[in-house]
Ligand binder design. Sequence first.
Ligand code: ZN
Length: 188
Amino acid sequence: MRSSKGALKAGDALLIVDVQNDFCPGGALPIREGDAIIAPLNAWIAAAEAAGLPIYASRDWHPTPHPSFHTHDGPWPPHCIQDTAGAAFHPHLRLPADAIVVTKGTRFDEDQNSAFHHTGLATHLRRHGIHRLWLAGLALDVCVLATALDARREGFAVHLLSECSRPVTPEGAEAIEQMRRAGVVVED
Ligand SMILES: [Zn+2]
């Protein structure tokens, strides 16, 4: 089996987007096979740890009310409400204790699909000498896409771990094409 894990090197980081209970089967905004990404993603976490690379995990962390909710004319059912079980990382995700959590979706005035949107993440990564991101998580066509496009705009190299991501709508293939056009390297 081909694997790119051997390409991990200094200046890389693993960025895991929103692997939270509400985005997995049984959650408030379930993504088909959302939990199927966790086993292959844990292997990437182990490889990044073995290579001494930093691991970032973003989380949707909404107040009630939130502008993305149906109840407030937004596109989604209420999900990932702060301090609820639905907002917790999936219990099978083996995040190391020193993983850096990027909290987003906390604003009252707008949603933050991208882990870069008004979080300061790009500045932080540059300060820590990170040039390249290995990107995974949920959902492929919403928050992973927005994060990938922002990362490219900010000048980072991006490799999408497509085995470790799933779409919430049938637009998954289009999301991957959009990422490719932006210069994202798509891994199997
Ligand atoms: Zn959200």
